[in-house]
Design a protein around this ligand. Sequence first.
Ligand SMILES: Cc1cc2nc3c(=O)[nH]c(=O)nc-3n(C[C@H](O)[C@H](O)[C@H](O)COP(=O)(O)O)c2cc1C
Length: 192
Amino acid sequence: MRILLLNGSPRIHGNTHILLNRVLEGVRAGGHDAELLHLAKLQVAPCTGCGFCESKGVCAIDDDMTTLYEKVDAAHHLVIGSPIYFYGVTAQTKAFIDRCQVFWSRKYLLGQSREGQSPRHGYLVSTAATGGGKCFDCARLSLRYAFDAMDMVFNGEVVVQGVDERGAVLEKEEVLQAAHDLGKKISATVQE
Ligand SMILES: Cc1cc2nc3c(=O)[nH]c(=O)nc-3n(C[C@H](O)[C@H](O)[C@H](O)COP(=O)(O)O)c2cc1C
């Protein structure tokens, strides 16, 4: 699948999931399809820092990340959704990001950059309860570096503050529309 959406919220049918569904609807309205996976339903162990990927370019841990590596490799567009937990991404999202050290090793240590190939794009979808101005800074920074490791360019975001209860984002019509628009934008630029 050319478009991959990862939900890093452990709260299925929560605010992040709702926004990712809107992105998915936008993708489909644009004539393409996407795969939406929930990290909380997958087994993705934390990186152990063993260094195996630094010489081998693959991870020593055999879990659901093995499949995710293939899916990320095949994706031209990757949307990562995570609510803000203590000013950062969720543990599920961070475990995925840390395991992306494989991509970093391939690119920066093993010379396996995708340079010259068609550009790939990454996007952030995030939700938070509070209204602090720096709310998404940490998530943005983590994702920017993760996307770089994956040879993807950070190409947009839909973030919303002031949503806490499950489904609260349904009252934010402009944010729902922005998520739909992001999906349509992705669909319009996907290359067959
Ligand atoms: C463990 C935990 C930590 C949280 N930390 C923050 C935080 O630092 N800042 C914030 O604005 N909201 C915080 N929240 C609130 C969530 O970001 C908010 O409820 C969000 O809408 C949840 O999205 P979801 O429904 O997709 O899981 C936290 C929630 C939990 C459960």
